[in-house]
Ligand binder design. Structure first.
Ligand SMILES: [Zn+2]
Length: 59
């Protein structure tokens, strides 16, 4: 089943929602209830992490 990932614009919470075939309406944020959510692209393909972060040595 297609599971889409959303990110709430209001609180910034990320959540997944299972949408049935034919449903295109965006779900509401389960945290704050805001309808302002952005659908994220599902990233199934294994990709390398972006940006080269330096290994911070002890401190
Ligand atoms: Zn929210």
């Amino acid at each position: 089943m297609p599971i889409f990932e959303y990110v709430c614009v209001s609180c910034g919470r990320r959540f997944e929602k299972l949408l049935k075939a034919g449903v295109t309406d965006n779900p509401d944020c389960p945290v704050c209830g805001s309808a302002e959510v952005n659908k994220q692209l599902s990233t199934f393909s294994a990709g390398a992490s972006s940006s080269a972060d330096c290994p911070s040595s002890g401190g």
